[in-house]
Design a binder for this molecule. Structure first.
Ligand code: SAM
Length: 364
């Protein structure tokens, strides 16, 4: 069971957090142990003083080394990871929450006042920030981090809820609706009422991509492959995600960390080649369909169908191929597909105009 130790000067701040909803249930069901420790218990002077004025002058009080060092030494086990809450740390992400939920023992240190003695950094494994803003203390950040880690522990919430949620695979979650079917003129999309699970799944994937493009284009950009060393590590689980590792001459990786059944070391150039070939095959088939539509004057269904196919192909490029191929190459393909969509749309307008014109002609 994961144990999260939180070192704080204000333990009462955690009362509500630990006694409500999912966190309370996870504690009651022994899925997680959360140990709130008062830093003042480690003050080694008669006034229980844990902070002092900064050397060199300046505003505020600074958290002293002694209570923090002694608390960490008291709590630390062989497998503990010590994390400092600080606005100067790496920005906390869902990916980090996933990794941390697999740890056995965490010690989160909450600063307060002006901050902490710089020497405290020497005993921490990681420094984390929850965003580019300043809070009065590390208590809220430690709760944010504890909350997001705890809900990822198996059995705390349904697995299904975690599958598509925002930031998984660098995509935002799909739109959700509940009763009534219509509210103030706003209707629930028909597909969700169709009962066709395959269609619903496809619609949700497309919406995820659309939403992410609109609201967080930066996430889409991050879906590109980042190969650090000479090799990439492929995971052959369902999502075919590629895990990148840094091999600096030596094989430095911990497959255990990622739920991987089988690992395969592959040269990135090989992955690139296969992915490109595979994409090209799909594009060739699509191009044949586009040609038929553009050369057929009578077809009134084909245009819409092929338009949808191009849309789907663009979605696939973002959700799948972006992990394996160069962004420059893919943006060219995307531009080409956009141009084809435009051509099909123009053709469709012309076709409708011709049909209307012919109808008018006949009725005269
Ligand atoms: C007022 S802040 C100190 C800010 C510090 N003087 C600076 O400018 O970097 C007090 C404490 O709150 C916590 N804290 C404040 N903002 C935070 C953030 N965005 N992420 C994580 N911890 C934060 C840290 O533990 C920090 O030591």
């Amino acid at each position: 069971m994961l144990k999260i130790n939180i070192l704080t000067l204000f333990p009462n701040m955690f009362d509500g957090f630990l006694t409500e909803s999912i966190i309370k249930r996870a504690i009651d069901q022994d899925k997680v142990k959360i140990n709130i420790k008062n830093l003042r218990d480690y003050a080694n002077n008669k006034h229980n003083q844990v902070d002092d004025t900064p050397y060199g002058g300046g505003a505020g009080m600074v958290l002293k080394c002694e209570p923090v060092f002694e608390a960490v030494e008291d709590l630390k086990k062989k497998n503990s990871k010590v994390i400092l809450m600080t606005p100067q740390g790496k920005q906390f992400t869902q990916e980090m929450a996933k990794d941390l939920s697999k740890e056995k023992d965490l010690i989160l240190i909450c600063g307060h006042y002006e901050g902490f003695d710089e020497r405290i950094e020497s005993i921490v494994d990681e420094e984390l920030s929850i965003g580019d803003y300043i809070l009065t203390g590390g208590e809220l950040p430690s709760m944010v981090i504890t909350d997001s880690i705890t809900r990822l522990i198996p059995g705390v919430i349904e697995n299904e809820s975690k599958e598509n949620e925002s930031f998984t695979d660098n995509l935002l979650d799909y739109p959700t609706y509940t009763k009534p079917r219509e509210y103030r003129g706003m209707k629930v999309p028909d597909v969700l009422l169709s009962g066709d699970h395959k269609k619903i799944e496809e619609w949700r994937k497309e919406e995820q991509v659309k939403k992410t493009k609109e609201k967080r284009p930066d996430l889409i950009k991050n879906r590109v492959r980042k190969v650090i060393g000479k090799y990439s590590l492929m995971d052959d689980t369902a999502n075919k995600k590629m895990i990148n590792i840094n091999i600096d001459g030596a094989y430095k990786f911990k497959p255990k960390k990622y739920d991987v059944n089988k690992v395969m070391l592959v040269e990135p150039s090989f992955v690139n080649k296969i992915a490109k070939k595979n994409l090209q095959k799909k594009l060739d088939t699509l191009m044949k369909q586009v040609e038929i539509v553009l050369n057929d004057e009578t077809d009134d269904e084909g245009g819409n169908y092929v338009f949808g196919e191009i849309d789907r192909m663009q979605g696939l490029i973002i959700t799948l191929y972006a992990q394996y191929l160069e962004p420059e190459y893919l943006s060219l393909v995307m531009m080409k597909l956009d141009a084809l969509k435009k051509e099909i749309a123009i053709k469709e307008v012309e076709r409708i105009e011709t049909v209307n014109y012919n109808k008018k002609g006949r009725s005269r």
